[in-house]
Ligand binder design. Structure first.
Ligand code: ZN
Ligand code: ZN
Ligand code: FE
Length: 765
């Protein structure tokens, strides 16, 4: 029996070769009809015998195009038409244009094979791509995603490329960045004077890298700085020039096989490494790995990744492994254009391997780790953006500004949040400009005009001032409430939960610095159920930079440790003037707020053990403490959980500090003390959760905050709570650090709007 079916297919079905696949399957099944892109996804109409139509759908669901993701297929029967053939119908561009814009995708196996085939016309061509791979988000100026609106617009396709682009049978049908050596972008190697060097740019760049030189390499979302990863001296030189003394540097390996010689990894990590998102995956380094020690002096891990552009593949074939770190100074945004690279070319990089395809959007590499068998994002950027995150609430569009450090922001439409790429430290002027530009860009991509902006409660954050100046209605969200809400969003929860947030710094409405918080909360509000005990933070930021001051603050604020000989040891590591100033500040409380920060507790213990007196990147003291911790240590120190009936419970770790001081005095091993400190912190968190269950019936616990980047702590807390029967939710899609909080801010703003009946409704786009 002949019938006609119309199907609307949703998911990631545009810009990934979906229509040609549908075309091919329909043709092969001898069906008539058409396929076309529609605002919601793809619409297919099929006419023919019922069993062939069923066969078509079964095949499509079983074998969709490699980069496609089918979320739903809605089918209805309609009256027969009059076609006798199957066609790809022209696209009607309207509605949700973002459907057609996938993230940037790593080079696919088919393109890699062509790249390496001397008989292929794309042999050695560094901008090879197809419908299944290549740049997307980083080359689009505006939507809909069509070549004239990308940075490929200036390149006229040659006849051969045009034929591929127009043929539904071809892998490059409708591939917007399609190009070849005859018509596409060109590579060149330039010296600091801007002169292009003679010879093959990749060969010359590889030669320079082998000789220990630093080469800036233009990638998908910005320039990398590349240097030979096997040799100490060039790595040290890169660190010095880039002003990045010790934070880990990412390393790109030519192949999985080569990577196996340097790192250990299992099937889940292998899948992450090979996925088209191609993140940096943090892996344990093998002892004796042929890598410079200077790559990651504070850990035994390596941030490893594989080539994701043809240029990387060609370069790494000649010289590998390479340090590939973002092309910037310290924490500035990654260089995107030759102009932005100029201040680095010469002072930092000896050469630049660059090209004439413009990067429209900056986008740093993403960073992931596998922790307890689950993905733990450290940075969600290239390969993920602009994939939306679904919210458990919806409403009129909201801009959520995020935090001050590791900033990302998000813009919502309905129940979708579009989380931005990594922006950086907003207190930096260039990063702030990047933020402001990108907010506009995202609103345009989503075609929304938000009227509400959610921001952190901190009055001095640049993003708060931006929000207040925006002329939009503002919603201030407490930092740790946003942390908890961000985990709730990931797990589709609206609460109530016990939101455990352990991090460095967040603004507290009571005039103290929060950072070890247990909030009984839902999306719309919170009650501070418990906090960590207070310690003085002499001089605020100065003590954040100098953990040794935090150690002294902890010791001096407790009469039982204030006169211990360990104090003398700590004081001996500080300049005399600083000692006097800090002691006086603590005594008088001058410029010395109180803090319940878990991050500062890590700092203090790390400094007490002599692991880190001063940091050069956020979280460094905690990273060293984590890596110092010995395995197989079960013991823990004492702590106290106090309730004076007037405010939140207080989880007091001063008994812990006293125990640590005793152990230091008696010469216990730092590795043992560090491990016991982790155990103690986890036990303290568990005690608070049990109390919250007893008093408030809270069965679900969310874990967030930068301290949960520490997978040792995350594992101890998760295992402990799970054995107590709690539902434990942690981050798997956005980072636990402040790069995740924009998602929570957005959800809180939407939940509040709903609660007060202020919902403009789904029509408020
Ligand atoms: Zn491809
Ligand atoms: Zn061509
Ligand atoms: Fe935070």
């Amino acid at each position: 029996m002949t019938k006609r079916v119309r199907a609307t297919i949703r998911g990631r079905v545009q810009g990934v070769g979906f229509r040609p696949t549908v075309y091919r399957y329909a043709k092969e099944a001898g069906l008539a009809g058409f396929v076309r892109n529609a605002p919601a996804g793809v619409v297919v109409e099929l006419e023919g015998p019922a069993e062939r139509i069923e066969g078509f759908f079964a095949r499509l669901e079983k074998a969709p195009p490699p980069q496609a993701r089918i979320d739903s297929v809605e089918r209805e029967e309609i009256p027969p038409g009059d076609e006798t053939d199957f066609q790809i119908a022209p696209t009607a561009h309207s509605g949700d244009l973002l459907v057609g814009l996938p993230p940037d995708l790593a080079t696919c196996p088919d393109c890699l094979a062509e790249l390496r085939d001397p008989a292929d016309r794309r042999f050695g061509y560094p901008f090879t791509n197809c419908t299944n791979c290549g740049p997307r988000f980083t080359i689009v100026r505006s939507l809909p995603y069509d070549r004239p609106r990308t940075s490929m617009a200036p390149f006229q396709m040659c006849e051969a490329c045009r034929a591929e682009y127009e043929s539904p049978e071809d892998r490059r049908f409708d591939a917007q960045p399609n190009a070849c050596a005859a018509c596409g972008p060109r590579l060149r190697l330039v010296d600091p004077a801007g002169h292009a060097l003679d010879g093959d740019p990749i060969e010359e760049a590889a030669e320079a890298l082998r000789a220990g030189r630093i080469v800036a390499v233009k990638g998908l979302g910005g320039f990398h700085l590349a240097v030979d990863a096997t040799s100490e001296e060039p790595v040290a030189r890169l660190r010095e020039r880039k002003r990045r003394p010790s934070k880990a540097l990412a390393v790109m390996f030519a192949s999985l096989e080569e990577l196996r010689g340097s790192c250990r990894f299992g099937p889940e990590e292998e899948a992450m490494l090979l996925s088209p998102r191609r993140p940096i995956v943090v892996l344990p380094r093998r002892p004796g790995a042929p890598l410079a020690a200077g790559i990651s002096p504070d850990t035994r891990d390596v941030g490893a990744f594989l080539p994701y552009t043809p240029l990387h593949a060609l370069l790494l074939e000649k010289v590998s492994p390479l340090v590939m770190t973002s092309g910037n100074l310290a924490e500035e945004p990654i260089a995107r254009t030759d102009e932005e690279l100029a201040p680095l070319l010469g002072p930092v990089a000896d050469f630049a391997l660059t090209h004439d395809r413009e990067i429209v959007r900056r986008c740093d590499d993403s960073v992931m780790k596998l922790a307890g068998g689950r993905p733990l994002p450290y940075r969600r950027s290239r390969g993920w953006v602009p994939d939306a995150v679904r919210l458990p609430v919806d409403g009129a569009p909201v801009i959520a500004c995020g935090g001050e450090m590791k900033n990302t922001f998000c813009v919502t439409r309905g129940d979708r949040a579009l989380v931005s790429q990594h922006i950086g430290e907003l207190s930096d002027l260039p990063a702030f400009r990047f933020f402001a530009e990108n907010v506009r860009d995202f609103c345009a991509l989503l075609q929304v005009e938000p009227r509400v902006v959610a921001h952190d409660l901190h009055p001095d954050y640049v993003s708060t001032r931006w929000a207040l100046d925006s002329g939009l209605r503002t919603v201030a969200v407490q930092h740790h409430h946003a942390h908890a809400a961000s985990v709730m969003v990931e797990h589709g929860l609206t609460g109530p939960v016990l939101g455990v947030s352990l991090d460095g710094t967040g603004y507290g409405p009571d005039g103290t610095v929060w950072g070890g918080e247990f909030l009984a909360c839902d999306l719309a509000g919170y009650e501070r159920f418990a906090r960590l005990g207070h310690y003085p933070l002499p001089g605020g930021e100065e003590t954040v930079r100098r953990p040794v001051r935090m150690a002294l603050a902890c010791l001096l604020s407790d009469p039982e440790t204030a006169r211990d000989e360990v104090v003398e040891a700590v004081l001996g590591r500080m300049p005399a003037a600083e000692r006097r100033v800090v002691a006086r500040m603590i005594e008088r409380g001058f410029r010395t707020p109180l803090t319940s920060s878990a991050g500062r507790l890590f700092d203090a213990v790390s400094a007490l053990l002599g692991l880190c007196d001063e940091i050069d990147y956020e979280g460094q003291a905690a990273v060293r403490l984590q890596w110092a911790a010995a395995d197989g240590v079960d013991g823990a120190y004492e702590f106290a959980l106090e309730d004076d009936g007037s405010g939140p419970l207080v989880l007091d770790f001063s008994p812990t500090i006293r125990g640590i001081v005793r152990d230091i005095r008696s010469g216990a091993e730092a590795g043992r003390i560090a491990a016991m400190f982790h155990n103690t912190l986890a036990a303290g968190v568990r005690a608070v959760c049990l109390e919250a269950r007893a008093r408030k019936n809270l069965e679900t616990v969310t874990l967030s905050g930068g301290c949960f980047q520490n997978e040792r702590l995350l594992g101890l807390v998760t295992d402990g709570l799970a054995s107590d029967g709690f539902e434990v939710c942690s981050h798997e899609r956005v980072p636990p650090n402040d790069a995740g909080i924009c998602l929570g801010q957005a959800a809180v703003a939407l939940a509040l709007a709903r609660k007060i009946g202020d919902n403009v409704g789904p029509g408020g786009r």
